[in-house]
Design a protein around this ligand. Structure first.
Ligand code: ADP
Ligand code: MG
Ligand code: MG
Length: 212
């Protein structure tokens, strides 16, 4: 895949749904340590509904990758609940609104940046607060840097996924300042953030789909 077209958007989301299913127990275990133990089941429920939406597309199919991602966002908002549902829902809607029909790596970076901005506007998290932002922000930077060097979409999205995974791992020593984990204060340190972990998983799914 050289651009993020509708076919790749669908392949990404189907890959992400499968990855969420595989990671459900892991995400729930992370959220049991510093939250209420529902992050895996929340996302699983959301992506099950997303797959149903992809299986019942509008007449004539999704008109653009952006339209498909906006449907993903509204489905996640409706089904996931908790803190992560509205945050992921707004992120996919904002990214979908920004995405042109055949996005090259630079346009993908702009769309991901719009998703990150939506998360920050809604949740108020700064980098280092031990949230989704800690995976998404380095991913935006890596995607943009790769685009500037003329990288292919496969390489650029792989760089974004690598950066997101590093960002998620680097949440472990942090003290949470947003969301439920912040109620634990210093006891939130020493555990990887569940939402940063799922954000990295979603970006790895994009890289995997783009590489096929
Ligand atoms: P809940 O905490 O309501 O049970 P989830 O378990 O589904 O929701 O999601 C928890 C994740 O949501 C956290 O690990 C964190 O990454 C993310 N999160 C929570 N609050 C915020 C926020 N204000 N901004 C960004 N991400 C947040
Ligand atoms: Mg939770
Ligand atoms: Mg909850």
């Amino acid at each position: 895949h050289r651009t993020l077209d509708t076919a790749l958007a669908e392949a990404w989301i189907r890959t992400a749904a499968a990855a969420v299913e595989d990671a459900e127990r892991h995400l729930t275990a992370l959220d049991t340590a510093i939250g209420d133990g529902d992050h895996g089941s929340n996302l699983r429920r959301g992506f099950t509904a997303v797959l149903a939406a992809l299986d019942a597309p509008p007449e004539g199919g999704f008109e653009s990758p952006g339209a498909l991602l906006r449907t993903v966002g509204s489905t996640l908002t409706a089904k996931v609940g908790g803190a992560s549902g509205p945050l992921y829902g707004q992120a996919f809607r904002a990214a979908g609104a920004e995405l042109p029909p055949d996005a090259d790596p630079a346009a993908c970076a702009d769309a991901l940046a719009a998703g990150l901005a939506a998360v920050r506007a809604l949740g108020g998290a700064e980098p280092g607060d031990k949230t989704l932002v800690d995976a998404l922000a380095p991913a935006v930077d890596a995607l943009r840097a790769a685009a500037e060097t003329g990288a292919t979409l496969a390489r650029a999205t792989a760089a974004a996924a690598d950066a997101a995974e590093r960002g998620a791992r680097d949440t472990t020593p942090l003290q949470a300042r947003r969301g439920r984990a912040s109620y634990l204060g210093p006891r939130s340190t020493g555990h990887q953030d569940p939402g940063a972990t799922s954000a990295a998983l979603l970006l790895r799914a994009l890289a995997d789909a783009a590489a096929r």
